[in-house]
Design a protein around this ligand. Structure first.
Ligand code: PRP
Length: 180
């Protein structure tokens, strides 16, 4: 029996559907930045699978970098603080920066990172996320490139974890009952 089934996980978005959407999002990026270079910034760790697949479907000169943050209190209220754990390796001034997230939830992380990145004077700044849970928003954030809009369910897989588990699942699955 597959590991996810043994764990009682229910498939919510199949890998084939993820692949199809990733190709479509990459196609849109390729069109929007025709003839230019894009610089993808992945937010560790959840975004690394999406970024890796997205980057390979973009038909443009593409560079990548990673950033890591820690959030506190975001599950409870809007006072959640975000702190940087690992900064970028490279300067983004003058680049077409696309911040790449696995999921937009409360919006605290993306809101904080977009603010920081804007201060560094990229040529353009956009936001891509595989999943968007708009019903959970505490800070206003709008993705420019969204894979799937989903209801408020606890999802894991394709980069998303529960206590560091399940990131390597190919499908996005629902954890039931949700963790307390
Ligand atoms: C998750 C996810 C986003 C953020 C979204 O990261 O990868 O970065 O939360 O939530 P928000 O919109 O409420 O800020 P997490 O802090 O769980 O770290 P991880 O990527 O290492 O799992």
């Amino acid at each position: 029996m597959p590991f996810a089934r043994k764990e009682g996980l229910k498939i919510r978005i199949r890998h084939a559907d993820i692949e199809r959407r990733v190709r479509a999002v990459a196609g849109q990026i390729t069109k929007d930045f025709k003839g230019q270079r894009v610089h993808l910034i992945g937010v560790l760790k959840g975004a690394c699978f999406f970024l890796a697949d997205l980057a390979r479907e973009i038909d443009l000169e593409t560079s990548i970098d990673f950033i890591a943050v820690a959030s506190y209190g975001k599950k409870k209220d809007s006072s959640g603080q975000v702190r940087m754990l690992k900064d970028l390796d490279n300067n983004v001034a003058g680049l077409n920066v696309i911040l790449v997230e696995d999921i937009l939830d409360t919006g605290l992380t993306a809101n904080y990172l977009l603010r920081i990145l804007r201060q560094r004077r990229p040529k353009t700044l956009s936001l891509a996320a595989l999943l968007d849970k708009p019903s959970r928003r505490l800070k206003p954030v709008k993705g420019d490139y969204i894979g799937f809009t989903i209801p408020d369910e606890f999802v894991v897989g394709y980069g998303l974890d529960y206590a560091e588990r399940y990131r390597n699942l190919k499908d996005v699955c629902v954890l039931q009952p949700p963790p307390q």
